[in-house]
Design a protein around this ligand. Structure first.
Ligand code: OOB
Length: 543
């Protein structure tokens, strides 16, 4: 057994809310003092025989889900995983993801929510940063063997003691063998860190986002005010299950809070999603704009019955008004725009908002306790209607990234506001319109790529003198990843993509195009002029 290292308000890795602020959030009932494990246990008491989670293979009722999570918690504990221990969870869209997370919540172990697309490059860094003791994977998914991946990660990461496999364990620990008697051991406090989300981040090393039981449970409840669900509702989880949008806006956790059913789709493709909507009478579905466009294009000619859909949530990247206008006539349901971030703040348009607001804005912050500032480059407030940097703090927005004291000084103001990196316009009604981005990322169809991370790897290539990564506007994905590279030796574009793949970088981060150039434009202060490069990429024809 490892010594427990609880990540509580008092922990050294976690930036707590100031005491008086925390007291205020508790007194107002935002923080209800309930852990995520208790949320599920409560729902199991109230909705025992209702279907909680349905995937391609099976259905869990609330009672079964709660029971399985408890039995798996015992198995994890017997492997020596305890309160505060971090565990990399890298699962495709299957129901077991939910069981695994709740098993870890129950013992107070902390899932680090990685994506199936991550490879050794990302996982080694996430493991080093979190000090994870175990890695939970599926045996194979999308023709990729995660057991081999985990073995490679373990070679570089001494903290990683166990690989736990859903499916054929191939020499590792089988998830199926871990289910034991219901867990009776100690659990976490509501103020403990419940999970570590991944930041879309603008830094070279990905940042981990510590979300507490209290704040995440509130995130789900406040989301339910904006997107009400009840026991009769069926929520479709078609985007990656570990993403904050799918998990908590109101998502899987919101649905499980109120006794609704979560249908987990293995992918967001029309071929998978439409039959699931018909079969399970899905009422609420969430999509990023690129996915929403595919659904809209296919809806007219489908033979599937989509009439059960009540709300289509779209977020993660900017939805063009022209696409937003198509939702009601094409799908016969209400559009809800969702502008959120894994760090916390989520804004929603509301069911009773006028059409123009739903189409043209990204909604209002969901909690009355969300504090918003829209400021200029010197942190001075700008008037409504003027674009400015969005800063925020509140009962479910972090006060600091995990183990990142130095970075936190830049990413947060002295009084605890998170610098979102988004440029917004606030309307007099309070609605926000996302107009631009100041942070150095590419938003590729809702998936975020930190430019600096890719630039740094490319610059280690012996043939590269300098590299600059920017977003190129794209009709479908919103943006694609473009790399401008100054060579210092003969170089083929294909070499660079191969180089990134060999380094174990996730495929979605490998630039869609490498452009070899002699020099970069510079700004007056001598920084690479990314704006000019973005404009140049925008003008280039795809070759
Ligand atoms: C969601 O979370 P992340 O952490 O993957 O990305 C956050 C960033 C935001 O800072 C913003 O730059 C962009 O994604 N974004 C949007 C947007 N929603 C997110 N940009 C324009 N319009 C939108 N509607 O993406 C996320 C988390 C929870 C709920 C929904 C999305």
């Amino acid at each position: 057994m490892s010594a427990p290292t609880p990540l509580t308000d008092a922990g050294p890795d976690f930036s707590p809310w100031p005491d008086e602020v925390a007291a205020r959030y508790r007194a107002a009932g935002y923080w209800a003092g309930v852990t995520l494990g208790q949320v599920l246990a409560d729902s199991a008491r109230r909705h025992g025989d209702r279907p909680a989670v349905v995937d391609a293979v099976r259905t869990w009722t609330y009672r079964q889900l709660d029971h399985d999570a408890s039995r798996l918690a015992t198995g994890f504990a017997r492997l020596g995983i305890g309160r505060g221990d971090r565990v990399l969870v890298q699962m495709p869209n299957v129901g077991e993801f939910v069981v695994i997370c709740f098993a870890l919540f129950r013992i107070g172990a902390v899932p680090v929510l990685t994506q199936p697309a991550h490879r050794t490059y990302e996982l080694v860094r996430l493991c080093e940063q979190s000090g994870a003791v175990a890695h939970v994977v599926a045996d194979r998914h999308a023709e990729f063997d995660y057991r081999a991946l985990s073995a490679q990660v373990a070679e570089s990461c001494p903290s990683l003691r166990s690989t736990i496999v859903h499916g054929d364990p191939g020499g590792h620990v089988a998830l199926a063998d871990l289910y034991a008697d219901p867990y009776r051991g100690p659990g976490p406090e509501a103020g403990d860190v419940a999970l570590l989300q991944l930041s879309g981040g603008s830094s070279a090393v990905p940042k981990l986002i510590p979300r507490t039981h209290d704040d995440y449970a509130y995130n789900a409840r406040a989301s339910l005010d904006a997107c009400p669900l009840g026991p009769g509702d069926v929520y479709l989880a078609a985007l990656p299950v570990a993403h904050n949008f799918t998990l908590c806006a109101p998502g899987i956790l919101g649905a499980l809070t109120v006794g609704a059913t979560v249908v987990v789709s293995p992918s967001p493709s029309v071929e998978k999603v439409f039959p699931l909507i018909e079969r399970h009478r899905v009422t609420v579905a969430a999509a990023v704009p690129a996915v929403a466009l595919r659904w809209l294009d296919a809806a007219d000619s489908t033979t599937c019955d989509l009439s059960s859909l009540r709300v289509m949530q779209v977020g993660g990247a900017r939805l063009k008004p022209s696409a937003a206008r198509r939702v009601r006539p094409t799908l016969g349901c209400t559009l809800q725009q969702v502008f959120g971030m894994a760090e916390g703040l989520i804004c929603y348009t509301r069911p009773d908002d006028p059409d123009e607001i739903v189409v043209e804005t990204q909604g209002v912050p969901m909690s009355p306790a969300d504090e918003i500032r829209v400021v200029d480059d010197d942190d001075r407030p700008v008037p409504d209607g003027t674009p400015g940097h969005l800063l925020t703090r509140g009962p479910y927005t972090i006060r600091g990234y995990y183990r990142a004291a130095e970075y936190n000084r830049k990413a947060f103001t002295a009084d605890g506001f998170y610098r979102t990196g988004d440029v917004v316009r606030r309307l007099p009604s309070g609605h926000l319109v996302v107009v631009d981005r100041a942070k150095d990322i590419v938003n590729r169809g809702g998936t975020k790529v930190a430019c600096e991370e890719i630039e740094e790897i490319l610059m280690n290539h012996p043939g590269v003198h300098n590299a600059a990564v920017v977003g190129k506007p794209d009709d479908v994905l919103g943006e694609r990843v473009w790399a401008f590279v100054i060579p210092q030796a003969p170089l083929e574009r294909g070499d660079l993509a191969d180089y990134l793949h060999e380094r174990g970088v996730a495929a979605y981060k490998v630039p869609d195009r490498f452009e070899l150039v002699q020099e970069f434009p510079f700004t007056a202060v001598g920084k690479v002029d990314k704006l000019a490069l973005r404009q140049r990429a925008a003008q280039e024809e795809e070759r």
